[in-house]
Design a binder for this molecule. Structure first.
Ligand code: 5GP
Length: 196
């Protein structure tokens, strides 16, 4: 497949608590281009309600390592120093490209940088909250994490924010629908540039 028709990748990153999950759902509903969400593999156990093959491919550490040794991942990383591995499978990109869509990756900063090394044309979008105070407020409002996890996520977010300028676009998720419109406009422009 050539660059023009085939290798469309959009990577979205941002700290948890930046409203990424809702944003991703809305974008899949209403983006002006065909977005095919890449389902990552992870060794993290499923949370209640999460479905294998839909939210993630939930793998044992052995299964994950096996796929690593077979070069099945475009990138992988240990996220949040949690001990859990996450990775994007080449098969997920192929699935998107076979449908003439954009492979839509919602992955962390380490993963995003690795994808860009291989696909410099990837559209990278960093989603951030208006301020670090607001980010902390949202994280605490979810009420799902222990203080230790919150502190770790705040530290990760601060480090990630320093890397935001490595992304092609930075979108502030203050009002959800404004952020959705901004990203839709970015995708439309990128699609047009590729079709030109
Ligand atoms: P969670 O465990 O809350 O679902 O996700 C934790 C973090 O893992 C999120 O920040 C998400 O961006 C990141 N993540 C999810 N899938 C991947 C992946 O395939 N590769 C990388 N590098 N990070 C991922």
């Amino acid at each position: 497949m050539n660059q023009k028709s085939g290798h469309r990748i959009v990577v979205l990153s941002g700290p948890s608590g930046s409203g990424k999950t809702t944003l991703v759902r809305r974008l899949i509903e209403c983006a002006p281009v065909r977005l095919i969400k890449s389902v990552s593999a992870t060794t993290r156990p499923p949370r209640p309600g999460e479905i294998h093959g839909d939210d993630y491919w939930f793998l044992s550490p052995e299964e994950f390592r096996q796929r690593l040794s077979e070069d099945k991942f475009i990138e992988h990383a240990e996220v949040f120093a949690s001990g859990f591995l996450y990775g994007t499978l080449w098969s997920e990109l192929d699935r998107a490209w076979e449908q003439a869509g954009w492979a839509f990756l919602e992955i962390d900063v380490q993963g995003a940088l690795k994808v860009v090394q291989q696909y410099p044309d990837a559209v990278t979008i960093f989603v951030r909250t208006p301020s670090s105070q607001e980010f902390e407020r949202r994280l605490r409002a979810r009420g799902t994490e222990s203080e230790e996890v919150i502190q770790r996520r705040l530290a990760t977010a601060a480090t990630e924010l320093q890397l935001a300028d490595r992304y092609k676009y930075v979108v502030v998720n203050d009002q959800l629908e404004t952020a959705v419109s901004e990203i839709c406009a970015i995708l439309k422009a990128e699609e047009m540039a590729r079709n030109a």
